[in-house]
Design a protein around this ligand. Structure first.
Ligand code: ADP
Ligand code: ASP
Ligand code: MG
Length: 431
């Protein structure tokens, strides 16, 4: 079969949040009956966060890890009791998936945090894909299950693994393409991959969109659709802003910029593989599947309304030399090698004669380690609990309204993008 006929669909946590949502997935797929589809699913809503708690508890050895895992088990079994008859083989399948993690939790942790994280957190995608596979199979779809770890091959940087494209393409050609036929659905997991030594890796939080793009690229797919709980790409996150509007169309370039600045609707790595092969991306609502959504393609469109993206949990690090000499190249190379070693994402930088200011993601206590390791060489001033707001295609009015009631720590503007590092004004307590 010519794989250029294949469509790649990705269903995320929100579209797999409960039994009704899983049934809705089947309704959506019925409209594509007779067409070859590759489906990528992530974990059910909230499960990855719960699994992160299992990992934390296991590493602290606080005795709660197994209990937390039991909670996750119960949730998945309840979904199965509603979807399947009580002796359905899915229960054994899920049990086999859980057993491996249970064995791990019974031992003392010896491996690194990142390694253990991937072995445990990958469970969410494996559980969900097995449930959806079984349900679609029972619903009469011609469907096959593919373990993404047989195809998506990565390096061994656990928790943010890099795809080894050549090996992944080879596996896709040898293992996946021969499975494709007319009227065939293949279902696999997002977010997870495998090293050449056969250890499970993950591609970074929210990475299932990216997995779908990897499959789309390797299969030369006709198109890719990600089914979301929003009507498409909006001018801002509707959870935090009113009066947002949907974009009908968007260029790859604009989508890359917007997601890079933190628009959470698509994982930032998703667009490039699609752009490289001119594979169009549809961002569609699983609530209203017949609506158009947002169409992202090669077309050049240079007029956009202001697009706002917000990154929470930001920290501002102000570094100055202890002897008040200028911050020079050798200082910067020292700072950046430590940032790279600790995998700290830098979102904005500003330098003055005697200081260097960085706005970074404040995650997993990495900033504490950074400060601890750099404070012998630099004076460090740290400000936490901040937000970074980026506005593409800004105008004065929108910046003014975003700044209202906030303390602006940094404001930077280029022709198309304005960025603000902001702090909420603390409440003044009246006596
Ligand atoms: P999934 O679990 O399907 O991957 P996500 O929760 O990761 O879904 O992404 C969808 C969410 O992205 C929406 O519910 C919305 O709150 C958020 N979001 C952030 N920025 C935007 C934007 N510009 N347009 C639409 N949704 C956005
Ligand atoms: N389940 C993973 C997460 O919550 C991957 C994804 O949803 O894309 O980050
Ligand atoms: Mg997501």
């Amino acid at each position: 079969m010519n794989t250029t006929d294949i469509k790649v669909f990705k269903f995320g946590g929100a579209s797999l949040k409960n039994v009704a949502a899983i049934r809705d997935v089947a309704h959506i797929l019925k409209k594509y009956k007779g067409q070859p589809l590759m489906i990528v699913v992530s974990a059910m809503k909230g499960v990855t966060n719960q699994l992160e708690e299992v990992v934390a508890s296991y590493l602290q050895q606080d005795g709660k890890a197994m209990q937390l895992l039991e909670g996750i088990k119960k949730e998945h079994y309840e979904v199965c009791y509603e979807l399947f008859h009580e002796e359905h083989e899915i229960l054994t399948t899920l049990n086999d998936v859980f057993v491996e993690v249970e064995w791990t939790l019974e031992e003392e942790p010896v491996d690194s945090y990142d390694f253990l994280y991937d072995q445990i957190v990958s469970l969410g995608e494996l559980l969900c894909s097995n449930i959806v596979y079984s349900f679609l199979n029972e619903s009469g779809f011609n469907i096959r299950f593919l373990d993404a770890r047989d195809v998506i091959i990565t390096d061994n940087i656990y928790r943010s693994a890099t795809v080894l494209w050549e090996e992944t393409q080879k596996r896709c050609d040898n293992l996946l393409k021969p499975l494709l036929k007319e009227d065939q659905i293949i279902i696999s997991q997002g977010f997870i991959g495998c090293t050449t030594e056969n250890f499970t890796t993950t591609l970074g939080r929210e990475g299932s969109d990216y997995t779908a793009a990897i499959f789309a690229y390797c299969l030369d797919a006709e198109s890719m659709s990600i089914w979301k709980d929003v009507p498409g790409v909006l001018t801002a996150d509707p959870r935090f802003f009113d009066n947002v509007t949907k974009l009908e169309r968007m260029s790859y370039k604009e989508a890359i910029e917007m997601t890079y600045y933190g628009a959470k609707v698509i994982h930032p790595k998703t667009i490039k593989p699609l752009q490289n092969k001119s594979i169009p991306l549809h961002v569609k609502s699983f609530v209203n599947p017949l609506e158009e959504g947002t169409f992202i393609s090669d077309d050049i469109e240079d007029t956009y309304p202001p697009l706002v993206a917000v990154e929470h949990n930001q920290a501002l690090l102000q570094l100055s030399t202890l002897d008040f000499s200028f911050v020079a190249e050798h200082h910067l190379s020292h700072i950046f090698s430590l940032l790279a070693e600790l995998h700290i994402q830098v979102n904005l930088m500003q330098n003055t004669a005697i200081s260097f200011v960085l706005c970074v993601n404040d995650l997993d206590g990495k900033i504490d380690t950074f400060v601890e390791r750099i404070q012998n060489d630099f004076k460090v001033v740290l400000d936490r609990g901040l937000e970074l707001i980026s506005v593409r295609h800004y105008h004065g009015g929108i910046l003014d309204s975003l700044k209202r009631g906030k303390i602006i720590l940094i404001e930077e503007r280029s022709t198309k993008t304005a960025q603000l590092v902001i702090k909420d004004v603390p409440m003044v307590r009246r006596k």
